[in-house]
Design a protein around this ligand. Sequence first.
Ligand SMILES: Cc1cc2nc3c(=O)[nH]c(=O)nc-3n(C[C@H](O)[C@H](O)[C@H](O)COP(=O)(O)OP(=O)(O)OC[C@H]3O[C@@H](n4cnc5c(N)ncnc54)[C@H](O)[C@@H]3O)c2cc1C
Length: 390
Amino acid sequence: MDFQMTPRQIQLKQRAISWTEQMYQYELECEMNNGLTAEQHEKIKHSVIDHDLAAINMPEEWGGAGLSVLEHAIVSEEVGKLTGALWDTLWRPANALKACTPAQREEYLIPEIRGERRDAVAVTEPQAGSDPQNLRTTATRVGNDYVINGEKWFVTVGDAADFIITLCSVDGAPTMFLIDKDLPGVSVKRVPRYTHTFVYEHPEFIFDNVRVGADKILGEIGQGYELTRDWFVEERIMIAARTIGAAERATLLAAEWAREREQFGQPIVNYQLVQNMLAKNAVDIMTNRVLTYQIAWEADQGMDRKMLNAKAAVIKLGASEASNRCVDNALQIFGGRGYMRENPVERLWRELRVDRIWEGTSEIQTLIVGNEIAKRGAEGLLSYAGAVRR
Ligand SMILES: Cc1cc2nc3c(=O)[nH]c(=O)nc-3n(C[C@H](O)[C@H](O)[C@H](O)COP(=O)(O)OP(=O)(O)OC[C@H]3O[C@@H](n4cnc5c(N)ncnc54)[C@H](O)[C@@H]3O)c2cc1C
């Protein structure tokens, strides 16, 4: 067993660190103005391209960086340190777009890889959250076209995106459609404010008799949940990596502060109650980081999809819950200064909360793990990398 990073991985990590460090300058402005200017977005875009970090999840043959899942996780851990979700300016096309036809690829995916287009994914609806089977958005066949009606909520990047990958029901069959945002009938209902500050918005969309051709179906009719699941698996591993990166940053800042800050005549790090919080953070970060790497590596080995789904749930659940504990401890160590929005730890504390909710809540991740054990036993899940069933 060799736990050492390869020279390629080290070089990649350095590139991700370098980009992340360049992005720190935008954090406060993003926080205070609830986003960045078009000019700043343009500069960031060039920086992503210069660091060779555009579309890291897409194959090189289509112009992506062609990283493995493990390499992708290494980058995610670094960029996850950023506040304001600036990590999301490093665009990664939804992996459902791998199901594009050659014509769709030319129209949507390749321009997105180049940074000229941007997708948003719309699955959630007012009635369909944890249970996407409750889907009410319909795509009804009319001649050669489909007419789409429905409402989608929490559409992340919906403001910056120019097309929306939308889950619709075609006579009960869950199906993804590529919907250009400028089509007649597509409108924004509301742009709510959330606990976190996010460099993009999460608008609610209405689709009112939106007409698209059959050439806008992504994948096949009925393949909608499958494509959604693939995105969940990738994104759950990346949530784990990002939240661990965030917890690392918060803990490093808190440890430094604890060594500097004196109360009752000595640095607060001397108090065991403060050490307790730092020690617990170290345990949470170290254990979840290696498990994230392991599961990302297993994904690269072509692990059975059901098992990977369960393992991605384990690490999404473990890391997001642990990282929330860590940022809470880090904030506590800063005392009142930890409650100031100008402190990155305060921002991380607010921003990590959603990682226990989106891409499937902690309760849903627990159910996925429990179902795997109930259906196939615990052996596969508990077996160590390399000794897994494929
Ligand atoms: C900021 C933000 C951005 C988002 N971005 C997107 C996006 O880009 N695209 C998109 O499609 N969606 C997005 N979402 C939606 C997100 O995935 C959902 O919010 C999430 O899946 C939970 O659904 P819900 O909010 O309807 O909660 P509900 O499903 O109503 O759940 C409410 C509570 O009930 C619990 N619960 C539900 N079912 C069970 C059960 N069977 N057993 C035990 N407990 C249960 C849940 O865990 C939760 O605690 C986003 C959400 C947020 C907050």
